[in-house]
Design a protein around this ligand. Structure first.
Ligand code: HEM
Ligand code: HEM
Length: 239
């Protein structure tokens, strides 16, 4: 086995190597429980993929399709639950990084062939940590002015960009784990469909906002704020 194959999908390789040749030339076994690591990896993969591919996108779609004030409640609660599930997945990922040691190389994080997936996952964790803060500030300001401000755009685009990066990172995880072609194809197909529905709902939301701003004055749900900059139209509909 060449060194590249050895490093990528190390766990799969270890489990497959029933003849034990993998460590020929090394004294002792791998030094960690391969079965337990395989289990942790499978649970990590399922939890992380569910959060990025299903929960976060559905929570975002909810913001656009649920009518009225309930949208923000469903959205905020769903996204917070999804974030907690993601923390559990990251915990298992860190367990794998700590446990799985490649003789002569170190752990999966020390190795440039295998560290990009955990590093991207941690970047996504940190970026999304700020989401509730941006979301709450957006909501408080929106209630006063009826308009999006810098916090709104930070919340919306930080969310869209880093959830999308998280979805792509799941594909990298499957590649690293040397999963079957069928699983990789299924992951890409399901992610593509859900991501497409999410973007369609986002575009629909923007369109509704734009249409409301054109036709709003005089109809319910719109108000005018008088400030030093003149009159500013706002909407009560946060969508
Ligand atoms: C965007 C977030 C993430 C997603 C969607 C994700 C998804 C996945 C998936 C689908 C697998 C393959 C599981 C399998 O085939 O059984 C995997 C493997 C793995 N993930 Fe993640 N993951 C994410 C973040 C992380 C983080 C933050 C870490 C660690 C800090 C991590 C560490 C690992 C490791 C060590 C493996 C095993 C790779 C191997 O077998 O060589 N992942 N991940
Ligand atoms: C980890 C937690 C969160 C994530 C990942 C997240 C993600 C997102 C995303 C991606 C969007 C844009 C939806 C689209 O693509 O069209 C969005 C919109 C929104 N979020 Fe969150 N969110 C989170 C928490 C919250 C919280 C706690 C609140 C409020 C208390 C909130 C309030 C909103 C509002 C009001 C919008 C609509 C903004 C507008 O269209 O002007 N979010 N969120």
């Amino acid at each position: 086995m060449d060194s590249k194959n050895f490093q990528l999908g190390l766990l799969t390789a270890l489990l497959d190597s029933s003849n034990g040749n993998l460590y020929s030339g090394q004294r002792g076994g791998p030094g960690f429980d391969v079965e337990a690591a395989m289990q942790a990896r499978a649970i990590h993969g399922v939890l992380a993929a569910l959060t990025m591919v299903v929960f976060f996108p559905l929570g975002s779609i909810a913001m656009r399709v649920i009518p009225g004030r309930h949208a923000i409640h469903v959205h905020a609660i769903a996204q917070m639950i999804a974030y907690v599930v993601y923390i559990c997945a990251v915990g298992l990922g860190l367990y794998l990084v700590r446990e799985v040691q490649i003789p002569g190389v170190g752990n999966l994080m020390d190795n440039p062939e295998t560290n990009y997936h955990p590093i991207i996952g941690l970047v996504v964790l940190v970026a999304l940590f700020l989401q509730p803060l941006f979301g709450v500030i957006h909501h408080a300001k929106f209630k006063k002015t009826g308009r999006r401000q810098i916090w709104s755009y930070l919340h919306i685009f930080n969310g869209r960009i880093f959830i999308t990066l998280g979805i792509a990172n799941g594909a990298l995880g499957l590649y690293m784990a040397r999963e079957s072609k069928e699983r990789k194809t299924a992951y890409i197909a399901v992610s593509g469909v859900i991501w497409g529905l999410w973007m369609a709902s986002a575009a629909w939301g923007e369109f509704k906002k734009w249409r409301a701003s054109k036709t709003a004055l005089g109809r319910g749900g719109v108000f005018v704020v008088k400030s030093s900059k003149g009159e500013v139209r706002g909407s009560r509909n946060e969508m």
